[in-house]
Write a protein that binds this ligand. Structure first.
Ligand code: PGA
Length: 260
């Protein structure tokens, strides 16, 4: 795994935006895996700017989001469909019928999850998958103890994730208990993965992911097995890494042709 330590969250967003820009330039019909939460907001703002400046064309792209809350319709203001519309889709030229999220109101969730997997396959698989990391080490909503080969399915949130996400809903009671999430196995099939994190609240999860053992107790740790995964973090999120000096050294010596 490549570990890129940037001075602040803004620099993290710009580095990630450069990777998305390069991906779209190299393959206009890219299949992009997208994430929600606080972490990608700066990246999405940056992508909207780059789109307006003519540097990021989404006309031929297809997107698949990681997850959605069960019970919320796409019109519900706290749904991830609404989040994506507000923060990205409404401001770029992606075709709405090329933007996929799990349907939180699917009547048969098991069948819907299989259909979601089929849609990813049918699109040719995910070229570039964006991830955040939960303070408990989750990716998507694959909470600790998730099977490391899991597929898209229903999950029950941990009390910690409910507490973390209460800020979006106003109270813990209002946070749905269930979600549909791409599985760890689904995520691992993406050709390239970038994980973003900023802030001291993520430092322990980041250290466990990068330098700890691979374990279902920290689902993000499976990314150590991915052949093309970059972690882009700020100084605060890097604070508990033992080998931060080495990661900086590697990045400083990265050949020009490997840079975005
Ligand atoms: P956050 O969530 O970006 O809101 O911190 C990250 C995650 O839960 O994956």
């Amino acid at each position: 795994m490549e570990v890129i330590i940037k001075p602040d969250a803004d620099a993290v967003s710009k580095e990630a935006a450069a990777l998305f820009q390069r991906q779209l330039a190299q393959k206009p019909a890219s299949v992009l895996g997208l994430a929600t939460g606080s972490t990608p907001l700066g990246l999405y703002r940056e992508l909207v700017h780059r789109h307006r400046d003519g540097h990021a064309d989404f006309a031929h792209a297809t997107t698949f989001n990681l997850d959605e809350y069960v019970g919320l319709s796409g019109d519900h203001p706290m749904s991830y469909r609404a989040y994506m519309r507000e923060n990205l889709f409404a401001h770029i030229n992606v075709r709405t019928d090329h933007t996929y999220l799990p349907d939180g109101q699917a009547t048969d969730i098991a069948v819907h999850c299989e259909d979601y997997e089929d849609a990813i396959r049918h699109a040719g698989g995910i070229d570039l998958q964006l991830l955040g990391i939960g303070s408990d080490g989750h990716i998507g909503f694959n909470e600790p103890s998730s099977s490391l080969s899991s597929r898209t399915r229903l999950k029950t949130l941990t009390p910690r994730t409910i507490a973390d996400n209460a800020r979006f809903f106003g109270s813990e009671d209002a946070v749905p208990r269930h979600v549909i999430t791409m599985g760890v196995g689904t995520i691992m099939e993406a050709r390239q993965i970038i994980v973003l994190a900023h802030g001291s609240g993520k430092a322990a999860a980041v250290a466990a992911m990068v330098e700890g053992p691979i374990t279902a107790s920290v689902p993000a740790s499976i990314l150590q097995m991915h052949a093309k995964c970059a972690l882009i973090i700020d100084e605060a999120a890097a604070a508990q890494l033992q080998r931060a000096g080495y990661y900086r050294w590697v990045y400083d010596h990265k050949p020009q042709w490997q840079r975005a």
